[in-house]
Design a protein around this ligand. Sequence first.
Ligand code: FES
Length: 151
Amino acid sequence: MTIAETQNNTQTLIDLSKPPAEGIVRVTFLPEGRTVEFEFGTMPYDHHGKPMSFLDVAENYGIFLDHACGGACACTTCHLWIKEGAKGLSEADDEELDRMETAADVQLNSRLGCQAVITKPGSYVVEIPRWNRNYVSEGKPLDLSEEKQGV
Ligand code: FES
């Protein structure tokens, strides 16, 4: 059992070793390990990124996911790695693919958090890259040259 958050931001115990109940979306944001659950189709749009995008979910639950352009597919600060649930997401369109070409540390599972839309109930796990996590913890982006030196 672990603590997860339901739609009204109340905390509840959820057994993450079991899949979410029918009709439920479960999203875990790594490395923070915050998990939220809500009924598919009921989450209000928070006006950041596409409705039901990971950015929309993060904004609904007060989880920090940088979004310098406001979710307009005009930057790459919302870059995420999809660890689980890729088959339940919208396909990346040409605009997202073009934008991703300018992102740092792109992997096969990279998506823009403001563009990747959850299309069905199920379990989703995303990881915020290290340089964005550092932004959260220190209020500024990580200097990647420092990272290479092990600083
Ligand atoms: S917030 Fe700028 S591309 Fe997603």
